[in-house]
Design a protein around this ligand. Structure first.
Ligand code: SUG
Length: 448
């Protein structure tokens, strides 16, 4: 049976703004308070989806969330009509209003961890929504994420959904941004690679000194248990705490994998040799031949990686077995990175081509091509069971583009977030979107 990696990209929501909300994420902090362009952000994302679809890849779309999140503000004690809630928050606690307006659900690599059916004990595709509890503005995503994923992957014969892990720091879980799957073919059993930043209970693991390590070992282990993964099909590795302190807040800022290949920076992990050996031997047991491509710090520094997002790329398999790397424009703007990429693709190795995309609006908040997509490996039968409304087609691309043109503003600053009219605009837009994507009622304003 045929099998595919389907990339579901997060559609940027109408409140996209630069709130400076993510301590430890260099771009988010340095672009704080700048004015954003939600319309351009959404169109940039849609252009990437369309381009990948046109290249023959399976592409889907994941809906944004309801923002401002008035219900979240009510839980924090703001009261009255929806407009009053927003106005009171703007007057008394602007950072809370900004957090409740973040369009951060666009970075769907953080929406969930996904294990394909070939890896799981019950032969279903498993999803665990990420609790994202390191940052308040992201911790409010998972209930709607679960409803949206449930509406996309509704068939219980093929899909199993798990609620987010307990919302405490010991189980900090950032989803697929710290999870990679290696396999010979997408439909065959593979090795799931979980990268954590710290251990909550075991003091032998060092922790970063400056910035938070968002993912814990214990969270990754819980997800592996929930999904029914075999011990032989799982490898855990610790991120190098010193790169977290340099702005690598998720492993997908310093490594990316696909098929049998891991593309990573020399400084990305602790105990790299041991980890590579384990990946290699476990992949061999399921018939795969592990390959690693290490980028030396002498060619690209960690700072270059953080600024260019070289590793926050999509590594995609082409029909001839070679691979294509989708990178953000910022890679072309960094001389060392660009030079490295020229050498890489010219060297006759597995990565043969680089394609560049302008995702500046998302990049300025620390979200590159890989952050914007959730990978779901599916066989033909499972793909046929996905809600067809969320699979990208030329007509869907047209409708979504027109929908963005109709509803999105082209400039947003903090002051705009305090405008109660924005809430009405967003709800109107999202109501229409759930019809376009055939999701049914998934947003709080639709179900309460
Ligand atoms: O969680 N930025 C996101 C970026 C997530 C990137 N995802 C992956 N690497 N997979 C974050 O830090 C910034 C929002 C603001 O500051 O307005 C933000 O949430």
């Amino acid at each position: 049976m045929k099998s595919y990696e389907v990339n579901f990209d997060g559609l940027v929501g109408p409140t996209h703004n630069y709130g400076g909300l993510s301590y430890g994420n260099v771009a988010s902090q340095s672009n704080s308070q700048q004015s954003s362009n939600p319309k351009e952000a959404a169109l940039q994302g849609l252009a990437k989806m369309k381009a990948l679809m046109d290249m023959g890849f399976q592409q889907g779309v994941l809906a944004p969330q309801e923002r401002p999140d008035v219900a979240a503000l009510r839980r924090l004690g703001f009261a009255g009509s929806d407009a009053q809630v927003i106005q009171q928050a703007a007057k008394e606690a602007m950072p809370l209003l900004v957090a409740s307006c973040s369009a951060s659900s666009m970075w769907v690599a953080n929406a969930a961890t996904v294990s394909p059916s070939a890896d799981t004990a019950d032969g279903r595709v498993h999803f665990t929504a990420a609790n994202l509890n390191c940052k308040y503005h992201r911790s409010i995503e998972h209930p709607t994420t679960s409803r949206v994923l449930g509406a996309m992957f509704a068939d219980q014969q093929h899909f199993a959904h798990h609620a987010a892990l307990p919302a405490v720091a010991q189980f900090g879980d950032e989803g697929a941004a710290n999870h990679t799957r290696f396999c010979r073919a997408y439909g065959e059993a593979g090795v799931e690679f979980f990268v954590f930043g710290r251990s909550a209970f075991d003091t032998r693991y060092p922790a970063p000194q400056k910035y938070p390590a968002r993912q814990t070992l214990e969270a990754s282990q819980a997800v592996a248990r929930l999904h029914g993964l075999r011990e032989e099909g799982v490898v855990y590795a610790q991120q190098n705490p010193s790169v977290i302190d340099q702005g690598v807040f998720h492993n997908d800022v310093i490594a990316v994998g696909n098929g049998e290949v891991l593309f990573y920076h020399e400084d990305a992990f602790l105990e790299t040799d041991k980890m590579l050996a384990e990946l290699s031997s476990k992949l061999a047991k399921v018939g795969g031949k592990f390959q690693s491509v290490c980028v030396p710090r002498s060619a690209v520094t960690v700072d270059d990686a953080v600024r260019s997002y070289l590793f926050n790329s999509q590594l995609l398999s082409r029909p001839d077995g070679s691979m294509l790397l989708i990178v953000p424009e910022e890679c072309r703007g960094n001389e060392r990175v660009w030079q490295y990429l020229q050498g890489l693709t010219g060297a006759g190795g597995v990565i043969r081509e680089v394609k560049v995309f302008d995702l500046k609006q998302s990049m300025q908040n620390g979200g590159g091509p890989a952050c914007l997509r959730l990978r779901v490996a599916l066989n033909e039968t499972e793909l046929a069971a996905v809600n067809p409304g969320v699979i990208m087609t030329a007509p869907l691309y047209e409708s979504l583009t027109q929908w963005v043109e109709r509803h999105y503003r082209d400039r947003m600053t903090e002051n705009d977030l305090a405008d109660p009219q924005l809430l009405l605009e967003c709800r109107g837009a999202l109501d229409e979107l759930t019809q376009i994507l055939k999701l049914g009622a998934v947003y709080p304003f639709q179900i309460n």
